[in-house]
Write a protein that binds this ligand. Structure first.
Ligand code: TMP
Ligand code: ASP
Length: 255
């Protein structure tokens, strides 16, 4: 097979030039990092599961009219997406206190928040993704006020929809992170779309009955049972790979 041009390698994914102009191939690795890559590890089978889980969620979002970068899944570890201009902001939506908000504001983990809270972080490994406000985003030109209004509205729609979707399979959506991109169509019209991934790497997912963590916090906090947690999310969503857990390795070859 012809060697593809590698565009970018991130912590959990590799991006390749896609087969048609304006497309990108997202390859999902098993690599996991936490605390700005100070902690590194491998979650066996994660790439295969995250490829499936993100496909499933992006398709569901599409069904309710939320535009995403997703085109189609190509194989066990790869999906085709539209090439977008990533807005350099991580958008976090929180329903229940956990992680950094608990630490920063001294709120016990598990406390329901008075309402869903949207936060912005500037995407910069060198600066360890500092929290920023709308003022910073507009002043530095990362997005304009209209973009921010659209992003907040989209993030809250995604939150409502995914909260219901996960609730239906016995999972509480505690919080999650989204990234958005600017997608230009053939007529050069710009649309803000959900990009990157939506997976247990980027969400906090707790079992509704036991509060058991079914997400990357198991890796961040050395809790064990990491692979099983990702499999459980896929199983509940009804999307374990056809052959079942024995098929989770998938091909590792990156061309
Ligand atoms: P936080 O509590 O550490 O700020 O994380 C909030 C949510 O964002 C949580 O669901 C995990 C996700 N997240 C990422 O996807 N990438 C990151 O780099 C960080 C820090 C959090
Ligand atoms: N993946 C992020 C990093 O290593 C952090 C996290 O998800 O906790 O920077």
């Amino acid at each position: 097979m012809a060697r593809r041009r590698r565009i970018y390698e991130g912590k959990a994914k590799v991006l390749f030039e896609g087969p048609e102009p304006g497309t990108i191939v997202q390859y999902f690795k098993d690599d996991a990092t936490a605390f700005n890559a100070q902690k590194k590890g491998v979650i066996s089978g994660k790439g295969v599961l995250n490829n499936r889980i993100s496909e499933y969620i992006m398709l569901k979002l599409g069904e309710i009219g939320i535009a995403t970068h997703f085109v189609r899944r190509l194989n066990m570890r790869e999906q085709l997406v539209h090439e977008v201009e990533i807005i350099p902001i991580e958008v976090v939506v929180r329903n229940i206190a956990a992680g950094s908000i608990s630490k920063r504001l001294g709120i016990e983990e598990g406390t329901p928040l008075p309402r869903s809270i949207v936060e912005f972080y500037y995407k910069s490994d060198a600066l360890e993704d500092p929290m920023v406000s709308e003022e910073h985003i507009t002043a530095f030109g990362w997005a304009n006020p209209q973009d921010i209004d659209d992003i907040i509205a989209l993030a809250l729609r995604v939150n409502d929809f995914l909260s219901g979707l996960f609730l239906g399979v016995g999972i509480r959506l505690v919080d999650f992170k989204l990234e958005f991109g600017r997608w230009y169509d053939d007529q050069d019209n710009m649309r803000i779309v959900v990009a990157d991934e939506v997976t247990p790497d980027s969400c906090r997912l707790w079992d509704i009955k036991t509060n058991e963590k079914l997400d990357k916090d198991r890796f961040r906090r050395d809790m064990g049972g990491v692979e099983e947690a990702y499999q459980e999310v896929a199983r509940r969503l009804g999307i374990l790979p056809e052959a079942g857990p024995q098929d989770l390795k998938g091909t590792k070859s990156i061309n």
